[in-house]
Structures are given as C-alpha cells and as structure tokens.
Write a protein that binds this ligand. Structure first.
Ligand code: BGP
Length: 513
C-alpha cells in the first residue's frame, strides 16, 4: 500500500527510550546487590577490552540527573530493566530492601515527571548464585525463583506500573549463551540450549499467570519482548522460499508461537525431535504454556535476514552472514572469541558448526548477504522497510497490540572539536526512516501502542564496550572506564524531543531517504 497521507499516531502513543540494568546502572556490588552471571563473565575476561558493568554509565548514582534529562526531552515512557540480584541477591532467598528501594525511587521519579515506567524483569543478568547452585536456566529451580522474584516486583509496584515486560530477547540470550559461547554461561550444546530455553518459556508463563492473578496488577498489562527480524528468501527459487519458511520457524515462531499459543511450531519441533535435541514437554508443561496469555508483544527490531537453501557443497565461511565490513570485524572483536560481528538478531541457532556441516538436516537454511540494504559500522543491516514488514507480520499472525521496545543505531559518535556538540545526523536519519515505516504500518492497521528507541543515554554494549553508542544523550565513558560520566544531549535528543512534542507530526518535515 502506498498512501498520500499517513494516519496520525494514536493520541496516547508512548514515545519512549530504553536501557537495561547491567548496561547502565553500575554500583555492581553496592547496597546489598549480589553478583549476576554478567558480572562474573565480564570479570573472567570475556568482553572486549575487559569492559565490565561495575560502573557502566553510573545511572545508579546519576538517577535524578537522568530523570531530569528524560523530562526535558518530554519522554512519555522509559523502559528499563530490573537487576534481579539487586532485589534478591542470591536469586531465591531474602529480599534486599535497598534494592527494591532503588527501583521505587526510579519508578516514582518517572511518574512524578509524567513518564510511564516500563520495567523488564529479565534482561540477561541472572543472579550468579542460581547459576552456581542449579545451573541457571537448565534447572526448574530457576523457574520457581523467577516467579518468586516477579511476585516481589508485582506486589511492590503493580498498582503504579501499567506495562511490564517479562523476558528480553529470549532468542538472543539462549543462542549466545548455549550455542555461540558469547554470553554466559558460555556453553555450546544445542540440546542444553533447547532445554534451558524451554525452562525460560515456563518461567515466562508462570510470571504472566501470577501477574494476571494479582489484585494489585488489575490495571496492568504484561508481555515478553522479542528480538524479531523478518526472513527474506534470496530469490524466487522455490528451494530458497522453503528455506525462508524454515528460517522463520527456527528464528521467530519457535518462541512467538509458544508465547501466544502455548505450543512449539509443529514442523520445527518434529525436525528437532529427529535430531534428538527437542525439549521434553510434559503434559503439565503443555497445560501451563497454554494457560498463559500475554496482553501485548514487545518487539525489538534492528534488522532481518536473508537465506537460501542449505547447500552442503558451499564453503561455510562464504555462507555465514555475520561479519560485515573489515572495520566492523575489528571493532567487534570479542576477547578470545575471534572477530565475528555478533548481532542481536543474528544468532541463527542452526548455523552449522564444522562438525555438523555434513548433516543433511542441520541447518535447514543458510544465511546470505542482502544486496538491497546498507550496513552500519558494525555490519548490521539497515532496513527500515523491514520494520514495517515485521510489524505487519507480527500483528497479522498474533493479533496482539505491539509495543516497540528497542530500535536504534549503534555508531561511533564523536564530540565536535568546534562546538563541543555531538552531531549525530546519521542517527536522526535512521530513526526518522524507521518511525515513518512504523507510521505506515499503523496506517496499514497495525496496533502499535508505543516506541522505545534504544537507547536513552549511551551505555555499555554487552560485547562492544562503549565505542558503539546508541544514546540520545552522550555519556563521557570509554573502554578504560575512566570517563567523567558527564552527560551531553546529542542533536538527536532535540530532534526526538520535537517528534514527541508534535506526536510524530514533525516527521513530515524532512525527506525520507
Ligand atoms: C539488543 C539488547 C540490548 C542492546 C541492543 C544493541 O539485543 O536487548 O540490550 O544491547 O541489542 O546491541 P549491541 O549493544 O550488541 O549493539
């Protein structure tokens, strides 16, 4: 559809920005906080230049300053995550009142400034104690612990917080943690990955059911945030089209069908059974998964992917679409992990390892370059039309309201020597293009309730340190962790402020590229 004029954004549209606890808070061992698996993983030298979340951008101690900046920008929503080990230091024991109090100050500070708090309950920083004692998500003890922790948060804030996110990008942290060894617990075992993933599904379902059973949360809404990317076939060769169905099932429906219908996609589950790696789903698991209904879907969109049929005669390196440009590979080199440019939505679970290359069943597709899209400095595809496609596909399939909880551009921002400002016009272009395609999707009929750009301030990138910046607000922090932590709004800050103030009407000005 092409429109002469796009529909306006809904009246109460939630214009927002995002962050995650590990990436911004710092104060990693303060006020009773216990260590998370990311604290331990970073200290074991697994991140670029040894960066850790010990200080991050020190949001913990800059709370009021950051809240005032949000107000100045006119944000309607702020998505942040709660560090589980700040609230329950060992994951399942005593509640740490000082930890709960930090989130109280954050939530009340937001509400006092007219900003809706949008907490994410799990953004990857599992309490280390649960990993040590139970093997983390490999165990159902962690499922029970998650439900308990969610209950603490729901009871404390359910009356004040409307939108809750259960789990962030389950597809990413399970693949990176149990397949690609680039996140804790740094395991490479596909069967374990699917088992751990199944437990996360159960945890998500139990949290949603608990939420819906509590009086305090009567007015609230809850759902997971998924890292979604549409899958394109390389061309109209039916074999490649079939490969794109496989990839879409493996990379998207594998999670989304469970969230929304309570069951794994049929063909993919059968394929995994044949390989002997399918998770065991008991009758009571089935019942639980079917009983939980999210109220909306959180969508994190960066890019999709393009695939062709799995051709075993093709050299593997040639088939893997992960590295991007040379400079990107250098920038993203992971300590001890080679120079693969891991991307959020590119975990592609079933890319073959060398030992499996000859298996006729793994993978059921191969990733290839898409010649029609450009790339960021880190080799991530830039595909604004894919955003409209993503929103359309998700709404068509699942008919749930969508809340965009991440979308943004990672770039090497610099402070201008002439005026001391940060002229990030490239970020403005990126965001404008994506907001316009989102508005097109809304005009198509998709129910989008809000959009939180990634990210509000600059922050610590899990694998890329501080050079890869996403924020509207520049933070003087670097990989040596010696920055002053001073905050400076970038050009994009003022641009987004005007978008919010006009409820998107200002997007009409300025050409879409
Ligand atoms: C998403 C994560 C965010 C953030 C973002 C950008 O997958 O949910 O936490 O990190 O990707 O990723 P990166 O920092 O690797 O560029």
């Amino acid at each position: 559809m092409h429109y002469e004029k796009l529909d306006s954004f809904p009246k109460d549209f939630l214009w927002g920005a995002s962050s995650a606890a590990y990436q911004v808070e710092g104060a990693a061992a303060e006020d009773g906080k216990g260590p998370s698996i990311w604290d331990v993983y970073a200290h074991e030298g697994n991140t670029i230049n040894g960066t850790t979340g010990d200080v991050a951008v020190d949001h913990y101690h800059h709370l009021d300053e950051d809240l005032d900046l949000m107000k100045r920008m006119g944000l309607k929503a702020y998505r942040f995550s709660v560090a589980w080990s700040r609230v329950i230091p060992d994951g399942d024991g005593q509640v740490n009142d000082a930890g709960v109090d930090f989130y109280r100050r954050l939530i009340e500070g937001l509400l006092a400034r007219g900003i809706q708090p949008v907490p994410t309950l799990y953004h990857w920083d599992l309490p280390e104690s649960l990993q040590k004692r139970f093997g983390g998500w490999e165990s159902r003890a962690t499922v029970a612990a998650f439900e308990k922790y969610c209950g603490v948060m729901f009871r404390a804030f359910g009356d004040r917080v409307k939108y809750w996110i259960t789990i962030n990008e389950q597809n990413v942290f399970t693949a990176m943690g149990y397949r690609w060894q680039t996140h804790p617990p740094k395991i490479n075992d596909v069967a374990t990955m699917f088992r751990a993933n199944h437990n996360v599904n159960l945890a998500n379902a139990r949290a949603i059911n608990l939420f819906h059973s509590l009086d305090a949360c009567r007015e609230g809404l809850i759902g997971p945030s998924f890292g979604y990317g549409p899958v394109y076939p390389r061309d109209c060769d039916p074999k490649n089209v079939l490969a794109s169905l496989n990839a879409d099932d493996f990379n998207n429906s594998w999670w989304l069908d469970v969230y929304t219908r309570g069951e794994y996609p049929y063909f993919t589950y059968k394929a995994l059974q044949r390989m002997g790696v399918a998770p065991v789903v008991s009758a009571s698991d089935n019942e639980l998964l079917r009983s939980a209904h999210p109220d909306f879907l959180g969508v994190n969109y960066y890019h999709g992917g393009t695939v062709q049929e799995n051709r075993l005669d093709r050299p593997l390196d040639d088939a893997v679409n992960a590295t991007g440009s040379q400079s990107a590979a250098e920038l993203t080199a992971v300590a001890g992990g080679g120079a693969k440019a891991f991307s959020a939505i590119d975990p592609y679970l079933m890319q073959p390892k060398e030992d499996q290359a000859q298996s006729p069943e793994i993978p059921m597709f191969q990733n290839v370059e898409n010649p029609f899209v450009s790339k960021t400095d880190w080799g991530w595809e830039v595909d604004a039309t894919g955003f409209r496609i993503a929103l359309r596909q998700l709404f068509e399939r699942y008919r749930l309201p969508l809340f965009v909880t991440e979308n943004g551009l990672g770039a090497l921002d610099t402070i201008s020597a002439t005026d001391g400002k940060i002229h990030d016009g490239y970020r403005i272009d990126y965001l404008r293009d994506h907001l316009v395609t989102m508005q097109e999707a809304i005009t198509d009929g998709v129910d989008v309730v809000g959009y939180c750009a990634w990210s509000f301030t600059d922050l610590l990138s899990w694998l890329n340190g501080y050079r890869k910046r996403y924020g509207f607000v520049y933070v003087d922090q670097n990989d040596d962790e010696t920055g002053t932590l001073a905050r400076t709004p970038k050009d994009s800050f003022f641009w987004y402020r005007d978008v919010i103030a006009s409820n998107g009407a200002s997007l009409d000005q300025g050409e879409r590229r």
